[in-house]
Design a protein around this ligand. Sequence first.
Ligand code: ADP
Ligand code: MG
Length: 362
Amino acid sequence: MQELPRSLSFRMPAEATPLGFRQRPAKVLLEVDGLMRRFPGEGAAAVERVSFSMGEGELLALLGPSGCGKTTTLRMIGGFEPPDAGRIILRGRDITRLPPEKRGIGFVFQDYALFPHLDVLDNVKFGLRGMRRAEADDRARAMLRLVGLESLAARNPHELSGGQQQRVALARTLAVAPPLVLLDEPFSNLDAAMRVETRQEVRALLKEAGSAAILVTHDQEEALALADRIAVMEAGRVVQIGTPDEIYRNPVSAFVASFIGRSNIFEGTADGMDADTPFGRLPLSRAANGEVSLAVRPEQILLEPDPEGTAAVVGREYRGHDQLYWVQEGERCLLVISGPGAQIDVGARVRLRICDCVTPVN
Ligand code: ADP
Ligand code: MG
């Protein structure tokens, strides 16, 4: 097994590592084709014809609300749940019917599942049982160095923080250099500050190890921050797959527009690349025709104080770096985010201006 690079700093943004992984990887690692799962006695399928492919070393987030089928999809890929239909191809090999231990896929479970009676080093060595002892020792220590925990090798899991346990679990998984790691809500046991720090560390570690990963999360911020691409799931289906930027800028439906970030939805009449809307004629981010629902991000709306304005500020939330305003215009209430500058009081009359193209979402 190749020597792993020693990590210099875990606070380093993952982008600084030399793999250039923002680029779409050329080589296909995993193909999931038409995966289906209906649980006995349940009406709707939990997973409905899910298909996607992933490149070597790529980080894919499976994102969606609770109950949309993320875990079931992951469990089928891992071999813990039999699909009713569909195929799973890893590096060109059909693994659909293989048991989990024959797939060569790594897992990190939500509760880390460390062995409480083994110290940190032995936990990491667990997957290396086939290896000579000295070699396994070296490998496990190299992995602990990689996750920044070499000095804690002799501790037991209960003597570690949640974030440290998470890193041990990851070191144990990455020790066997799996081409693919599956992570199901891996940060949900951590507090908010730890979550932000740990997710960047985990991203950097996966990139350094060169392992691809599928991360299941219901947290859109986590998916946007961590993933190379996001597959958005709704009611058992993948409804959109793309880079965080593609999905944020060009959501395919009102559901995606509102689940990834926040969106205001309003009606308009489109003809090609423009639409007539209650806010005047606006450019569209993609062509549409006829009656359409349109999505606009809160930060794409400008608020101008105007005593003659037809809209009024009905709520405000100060957030330091920016401010949220709820603005009522007729029947419609819009969410607007503006910079930290001049504040507009609740009750003030304003004019709304949309300063960007809007996205047709139906
Ligand atoms: P998610 O991880 O997105 O929250 P799951 O994949 O866990 O969603 O669940 C998808 C749907 O399948 C849900 O409606 C859930 O109740 C159902 N489900 C999951 N596991 C089982 C099971 N073992 N038996 C019956 N229904 C299940
Ligand atoms: Mg789940």
